[in-house]
Design a protein around this ligand. Structure first.
Ligand code: NAI
Length: 316
């Protein structure tokens, strides 16, 4: 039998946590043949809800020995709060949890940040956990990726699993750029470009993009709560592909530490197309970027640079 893998879920008593924990236990994240030991962390005000599962409010206990950390815990933006106040709360949470992971997690622990602002929380975590390799720190844009696949599959009336290689570039926010220029669909006549099958450029360059960008807000409006099941499911997809690999010829979107690829400023956590093998991701290189896309890649990078500056101003 395989050795168990220790998986930390922070924010475990929250909505996403409640959906995510049983998925991990069922093997949706790492496979049904992989035993897991779940570490569930939440804060004292949630302790009662947490008693409904099995868990802790002690950060050190939660982080000790973990191989995978899914960071769902955070401070939500409440009505009337300034962006800077929310940032400041999350910066201090991610700074202290980074230190706990740095000291107590297993060597080579893989980290996925889900809580918003996801890219910048991941960046802060990276800064304050210098011994965790930067390649091990990521944030979730797979939900947006899955939504983009969903929009195309609905439009073409095909299975979601027949669509692949959309890209989410940049921030997990409304400036993200969902890009279909390299996406393809499996058809009875072979693999075809999405641009060839959806001839309506106005839709692809307009409504498709805004629908994916705004989907999170639309769900909050409809449910009065953010998406939980689809976010939990996307977190499982993200870790599963990272650990077990992406299928040949398929890439996925992950928020990772920019090395300057595609002229994205180095030192941001930015969502790129990646392939995974042997537990490591690699940015897909050499995709042609047209002028329309270039502007959108830059716009979302600018927002991330601003968030980074704001986060740093909260530290000082
Ligand atoms: P929620 O409010 O139901 O749950 C968050 C949980 O985190 C709460 O139980 C809270 O007590 C806990 N928490 C707060 N501070 C903590 C700390 N310092 N340590 C441990 N736990 C802590 O929120 P929900 O709906 O589960 O969403 C969680 C986060 O995920 C939010 O930031 C949300 O914006 C984000 N999100 C991200 C998505 C993505 O695609 N990246 C998609 C959907 C949501």
């Amino acid at each position: 039998a395989k050795d168990p893998v220790r998986v930390l879920v922070t924010g475990a008593a929250g909505q996403i946590g409640y959906a995510l924990v049983p998925m991990i236990a069922r093997g949706v994240m790492l496979g049904a043949d992989q035993p897991v030991i779940l570490h569930m962390l939440d804060i004292p005000p949630a302790a009662e809800a947490l008693n409904g599962v099995v868990a802790t409010t002690d950060v050190v206990e939660a982080c000790t020995g973990v191989n995978i950390a899914v960071m769902v815990g955070g401070f939500p933006r409440k009505e009337g709060m300034e962006r800077k106040d929310v940032m400041s709360k999350n910066v201090s949470i991610y700074k202290s949890q980074a230190s706990a992971l740095e000291k107590h997690a297993a060597a080579n622990c893989k980290v996925l940040v889900v809580a918003n602002p996801a890219n910048t929380n991941a960046l802060i975590l990276k800064e304050f956990a210098p011994s965790i390799p930067e390649k091990n720190i990521s944030c979730l844009t797979r939900l947006d990726h899955n939504r983009a696949l969903g929009q195309i599959s609905e439009r073409l009336n095909v299975q979601v699993s027949d669509v692949k290689n959309v890209i989410i570039w940049g921030n997990h926010s409304s400036t993200q750029y969902p890009d279909v220029n390299h996406a393809t669909v499996n058809t009875p006549a072979g693999e075809k470009a999405v641009r060839e099958l959806v001839s309506d450029d106005a839709w692809l360059n307009g409504e498709f993009i805004t629908t994916v960008q705004q989907r999170g807000a639309a769900i909050i409006k409809a449910r009065k709560l953010s998406s939980a099941l689809s976010a939990a499911s996307a977190a499982c997809d993200h870790i599963r592909d990272w650990v077990l690999g992406t299928p040949e010829g398929t890439w996925v979107s992950m928020g990772v530490y920019s090395d300057g690829s595609y002229n994205v400023p180095a030192g941001l956590i930015y969502s790129f197309p990646v392939t995974c093998q042997n537990g490591e991701w690699k940015i897909v290189q050499g995709l042609p970027i047209d002028e329309f896309s270039r502007k959108k890649l830059d716009l979302t990078a600018e927002e991330l640079s601003e968030e980074k500056a704001l986060a740093y101003s909260c530290l000082s």
